[in-house]
Design a protein around this ligand. Structure first.
Ligand SMILES: Nc1ncnc2c1ncn2[C@@H]1O[C@H](COP(=O)(O)OP(=O)(O)O)[C@@H](O)[C@H]1O
Ligand SMILES: [Mg+2]
Length: 271
């Protein structure tokens, strides 16, 4: 009898010990998870700053190569400054996102915002055989943190461009408004996405633009790090919106962003 009681006591002690170890491991996993999240966020910031650095270097080079063309030099320097400021804003905004700090949303005119993305990219799409079609009503606004939505559109445009190289194609950016939501669509006529890859494209670090991957078909195209779409999803989720894709290999891709329109109360605007 005594031995049974002793066994029970010992079992209870073991159980309590196991429970304690389990709790400690859970706390460790949570800590590691938050460290991993910070790591991904740092990568994302670097990725977005890098998106701005390439055009920044192009504008600076343009100014240096044309010292006698005052208006071109002025324009290039203005663009360089603009991109530096944007990079600073982007960094601030991403750090706020990582810290869970609330960021001010405003009604942003979408057409002007998209125009600004093209100006900031400093790339002649026509030179790559890419026709750009923009169908956005001039009075359409989105309720968003401007620099974040701008980077979402920039990522979608850069991916679309990459998918259409070297053959070229058509890049279409459309937007429309319904009662409760705003739809934004970025479509290309490029390589399209393999059905097997579709479930993974919004995951951090998923990329097919690797030396050993499918992305090697066309030499000279940039490699990827698989953070652009993960960043887009993070931003759109933080805006209570959604992002989805429709794509067929060889037929191009269509990315759709849906953003809620703000309640009419308080902001007094139509958007
Ligand atoms: N417009 C597109 N056309 C074809 N494939 C695309 C397109 N956009 C994204 N993808 C696919 O999704 C993957 C992830 O994209 P992204 O997160 O931007 O990372 P990266 O561009 O660095 O590869 C790409 O590697 C590519 O396989
Ligand atoms: Mg990308």
């Amino acid at each position: 009898m005594t031995s049974i009681i002793e066994k029970r006591v010992s079992l209870h002690r073991d159980l309590a010990n196991q429970q304690q170890q389990n709790d400690a491991l859970k706390a460790q996993v949570l800590q590691l998870q938050s460290l991993a999240n910070i790591g991904t966020a740092v990568y994302m910031i670097a990725h977005e700053i890098n998106n701005l650095l390439t055009p920044l270097a192009n504008y600076a080079a343009l100014a240096l190569e044309n010292p006698d063309d005052k208006s071109l030099t002025d324009k290039a320097l203005r663009k360089t400054l603009q991109n530096c400021r944007r990079a600073a804003k982007m960094m601030e905004s991403m750090l706020a996102m990582v810290n869970g700090r609330r960021q001010e949303k405003e009604n942003v005119p979408l057409a002007a915002l998209v125009e600004d993305v093209f100006a900031c990219l400093c790339r002649d799409f026509a030179k790559d055989g890419i026709t750009v079609e923009i169908q956005i009503p001039q009075d359409l606004t989105v309720w968003a943190v401007p620099v974040q939505i701008q980077h979402v559109i920039m990522n979608l445009i850069l991916n679309a461009r990459h998918a259409m190289l070297p053959r070229g194609g058509v890049l279409t950016i459309r937007a429309s408004q319904a009662t409760d939501v705003t739809h934004i669509e970025v479509a290309d006529t490029g390589s399209g996405i393999e059905p097997a890859d579709l479930p993974y494209i919004f995951e951090s670090f998923f990329t097919t633009k690797r030396p050993e991957g499918r992305g090697t078909r066309d030499e000279g195209r940039e490699l990827g790090c698989g953070l652009g779409l993960a960043f887009c999803k993070k931003v759109i989720d933080a805006h209570d919106g959604c992002i989805s894709v429709e794509s067929q290999p060889g037929q191009g891709s269509k990315f759709r962003v849906t953003l809620p329109r703000p309640q009419q109360v308080g902001n007094g605007s139509s958007g």
